[in-house]
Write a protein that binds this ligand. Structure first.
Ligand code: AMP
Ligand code: MG
Length: 404
């Protein structure tokens, strides 16, 4: 796939995905630490949730056959939440609260707003039907069913579900260990004054943020000088410590692009000119058996190529099976005058124009500009060979969706 022609984005992504294998192994973590982790096993429901029939409301439990309109039923017991109730005495009602277990024999609960209480008992001003206001045992999760499948990423609701089944420790995939290597003699770290010719290392921080959002462990984070030996030595260290090495810059075809050169001579390399905008050559290969994803150097191109190419790859390595990205079809509030041979990912956001949701684009789409991405909430896709006029329907992906 190497060469000078422009490889369509989809082809580059499928080539990279074909080489992605999920990390082997698993570990167990406390439930409280499981957010964002990926389940390593199918988890079956160990016992019914809820564990017993319980009341959906505050009110009175009774047997439907004891109900007679306007006739008071004496209140024979009270079941606060957390107590095991005795069986209901026939011909009586039981005071009950939301979540309290239904006494054996009772088959309906009347909400307290429909009940008048006096010394004689409780008079019900409503129809009473079998099962009314009762949450059935096992209605959320039934013993033996699949609760959550292997490959599921744990969100807050999955944490709660696992807690509801009594799971205290969760079998998860290991975290993907990633090395972040920024390249460039011009780079200095924020916090020091710039000398002529220098710029701040931007990509390092964009990538640290993206990797934190995707639940990766950054095990090494270095800046490489544009020097062959240093590049080789650091790549070697990164390859031994990480499951994935991500570089930025240095993958063009200039003589200072040492990442490409080292991968070519001592590793393995597929280098593309991807038909993507923003985006320069993207490298994928390996060094001493560890995959290397070589992103472009321009800051906006780093963000876009990481979201479009890096995330699907990382999700597959993490063993995620529920990764999918759905774009929204929305009218454009912008125009793209000249059709391009490259698919363009426009830094964009949803805005309301004349009571209609439309996709607006940041006016300057330079690949060096991150202010555009900070203004934006996502990316709008302008297909290859396509010009856009306002009102045309385009596909829009929010950043949150792309991080999926
Ligand atoms: P390169 O592919 O190394 O030629 O980089 C392309 C452009 O991106 C150049 O203008 C670099 O100065 C810039 N660049 C590369 N790496 C970074 C970085 N980590 N932070 C900010 N700009 C960068
Ligand atoms: Mg460079």
């Amino acid at each position: 796939m190497a060469g000078q022609h422009l490889t369509p984005v989809e082809d580059a992504v499928s080539h990279i995905l074909a080489q992605a294998t999920a990390l082997a192994g698993s570990e167990t973590v406390p439930l409280a630490d499981s957010l964002g982790r990926v389940l390593a096993e199918d988890l079956l429901v160990p016992a019914d949730v809820p564990p017993a029939d319980n009341s959906a409301v505050d009110g009175y439990a009774l047997r439907t056959e004891d109900f007679v309109a306007n006739q008071p039923l004496p209140v024979s017991a009270r079941v606060p939440a957390g107590q095991a109730p005795a069986a209901i005495k026939p011909g009586t009602a039981v005071r009950i609260f939301t979540g309290s277990e239904i006494p054996e024999g009772a088959n309906a609960v009347v909400m307290q707003e429909r009940a008048d209480v006096s010394d004689a008992g409780v008079v019900i001003r409503a129809d009473v039907s079998d099962g009314q206001n009762i949450r059935r045992r096992g209605q959320d999760l039934t013993r033996g069913d699949l609760a959550l499948a292997r490959g599921t990423r744990i969100r807050p609701q999955e944490m709660g579900l696992l807690a509801s089944m009594g799971t205290a420790r969760v079998p998860v995939r290991p975290r993907l260990k990633v090395a972040v290597l920024s390249t460039g003699d011009e780079l200095v770290e924020p916090g020091v004054a710039l000398k002529p010719g220098q710029i701040y290392n931007t990509n390092r921080f964009t990538l640290l943020g993206l990797l934190a959002e995707t639940g990766c462990d950054v095990v090494l984070c270095e800046t490489l000088r544009d020097n062959r030996e240093a590049t080789q030595a650091t790549l070697k260290r990164a390859a031994s410590e990480a499951d994935l090495v991500i570089t930025s810059g240095g993958v063009s075809v200039g003589e200072e692009d040492h990442v490409r050169a080292v991968l070519e001579s001592s590793g393995e390399l597929s280098l593309w000119r991807m038909a993507i905008k923003p985006g320069k050559p993207l490298a994928f290969g390996s060094f001493e058996g560890t995959p290397v994803l070589g992103l472009p150097g321009n800051p906006a191109a780093v963000l876009v190529t990481f979201l479009v190419v890096g995330i699907p790859y990382i999700r597959k390595r993490q063993g995620v099976t529920d990764y999918r990205v759905y774009g929204e079809q929305l009218p454009a509030a912008f125009s793209v005058d000249s059709a391009s041979v490259r698919k363009e990912f426009v830094r964009a956001r949803k805005e309301i124009h004349d009571q209609q949701v439309m996709v607006a684009a940041y006016p300057n789409q330079s690949s060096g500009m991150l202010s555009s991405a900070c203004w934006a909430d996502g990316l709008a896709v302008v297909p290859e060979h396509t010009a856009i006029i306002p009102g045309d329907i385009i596909t829009y992906y929010s950043f949150a969706e792309l991080l999926g």
